[in-house]
Design a protein around this ligand. Structure first.
Ligand SMILES: O=C(O)COP(=O)(O)O
Ligand SMILES: [Mg+2]
Length: 217
């Protein structure tokens, strides 16, 4: 049975935290603040770049009045922040396998422009029938609207959402679709506390999980 499978991006298909840390620290340097660590960066990703910058400011005691200036600084560097990003092990084979039977899409809170830039840089731009970024007019995850729109773009068939975070799990729940949790991304809480239909540690596991869920649906 052909299904519609939508993926989150940061922390799910790609490990982009080093690039995001780099542009965050360039912005922090411009206001004389100390850099953020990779671990802090993981904790700030997932709710869009506005929230990232707000959390980054809070961690360094930078006032609200600096939000827009820092946000503009980070966004201005975002399209070029691709060189340190890595595709998680097994992702390319997994996508090749799934795309031969199913329709694939992306629903991320990353802005659409850097999302398309990093997908193009990694040679993955052609695999997805639809891409919804965090600056779409319908809303941002955990609002289910962009996820539902992504599924609608992909036509017919059962729906699955694959992500790495608490926000993704809530989005799937609100959209009424099964959630598949990649445990190796940027989640902040234990796997057991994040609602999921299935969890996996390596992307090579995903095609069999998908077929199992579709067979039992
Ligand atoms: O917070 C972001 O900018 C993007 O994160 P996501 O791809 O995990 O939705
Ligand atoms: Mg994510």
């Amino acid at each position: 049975m052909s299904a519609r499978i939508v993926f989150d991006l940061d922390g799910t298909l790609i490990d982009s935290a080093r690039d995001i840390q780099g542009i965050a620290n360039a912005a922090l340097k411009s206001v004389g603040a100390a850099p953020v660590t990779l671990e802090e960066t993981h904790g700030f990703i997932g709710e869009g770049i506005h929230v990232f910058v707000a959390k980054m400011r809070a961690a360094r005691g930078i006032p609200d009045s600096e939000q827009e200036r820092l946000l503009a600084d980070v966004v201005s560097r975002y399209d070029d922040a691709v060189t340190l990003t890595e595709v998680y092990p097994g992702v390319r084979d997994m996508l090749a396998t799934l795309s031969s039977h199913h329709q694939l899409g992306i629903c991320t809170n990353k802005l659409r422009s850097p999302c398309m830039a990093v997908l193009a840089h990694l040679g993955m731009g052609e695999l997805f029938g639809t891409v919804w970024g965090g600056d779409n007019p319908l809303g941002r995850k955990p609002d289910p609207a962009p996820l539902l729109a992504a599924f609608a773009d992909l036509g017919e068939g059962p729906c699955l959402y694959v992500g790495d975070s608490e926000v993704d799990a809530e989005t799937a729940q609100r959209a009424g679709v099964p959630f598949l949790l990649f445990t190796g991304g940027y989640r902040r809480t234990p796997v057991e506390s994040i609602p999921h239909a299935a969890a996996f540690d390596h992307h090579a596991e995903l095609p069999a999980i998908v077929e199992g869920l579709l067979a039992s649906a």
